[in-house]
Design a protein around this ligand. Sequence first.
Ligand SMILES: Cc1ncc(COP(=O)(O)O)c(C=O)c1O
Length: 322
Amino acid sequence: MAERIYNFSAGPAVLPVEVLEEARENLLSLGTTGIGIMEHSHRGKPYMAVHEEAEALCRELTGISSDYHVLFLQGGASLQFSMVPMNLLAAGATADYLVTGAWSQKAVAEACKCGNVHIACTSEDRNFCYIPKECTFSNRPAYVHFTSNNTIFGTEFAREPEVPHGVPLICDASSDIFSRPIAVAKYGLIYAGAQKNLGPSGVTLVIVRKDLVERGPKDLGTMLQYRTYADDHSLYNTPPTFGIYIMGLVFKWIRKQGGLEAMDQVNREKAGKLYQYLDGSRLFRPTADRDSRSQMNVTFVTGDTRSTRNSWRRRRRPGWTD
Ligand SMILES: Cc1ncc(COP(=O)(O)O)c(C=O)c1O
């Protein structure tokens, strides 16, 4: 096998070797079943145990109460850009969005197809290099949506934005979920594509308050309603079984490391080293304002536009493919 190298890709991202090794064992036979994890029926007992354990570990790591569903969906975080407004933005109501990067812009674009959208704040004026301190909310928004970590621009909310009392807070946590503790009770819904922090692509974790699911419309396509997944424990149809299995292994691994507090500590140390180096460098410059820096995605530039042009030229050399 080729030696594994350092992989700083934002996502799909590196997975713990321990997780990959355990998965390798179970590819050919899950335990002593004689059937590989990817070949098990999603209705059979061995897979059901995997599915239930993944949910239980997820609940344990973040202390999710019985007021919330833990759901495993497909379609990536991008499908949530549509499902959130389809399910939570009633006709005539307005949803408020905090626009802090490319992903929140995409979320806004989808919400605009469903109803009224109000931009409560944006950091577009300085190319999304900061997290705005102030928001101006609309009158009684249906919900407030924000992106906790802006993968591309390297900024992260230090804490949840303060929202008007009783308004559900919705979070795209795709690139920082489980990198630090989350106060789930402050949220109406949290979603994350798995491929950055939780497992392989193909499975999306949704943690949603039960009353919000109940309030959702019933005339949407079946697979577009949170209710469908909630009523059947994410087993209405064939779920992404392999992704859920790996997620469960990652949850187990996180628990073994000491849980989310320990993850936070390690991530702070790793990011701190990088920022310390960048702050002292004459070659590189971090792009995010100091008080908005992400622990997950440390973005920097050289300040020399020629280096970008040259790397582009290199990529276009004959024989190179994207
Ligand atoms: C914050 C954030 N939201 C959404 C997405 C889109 O996720 P997906 O590819 O799962 O649709 C990404 C990156 O891929 C992301 O970083």
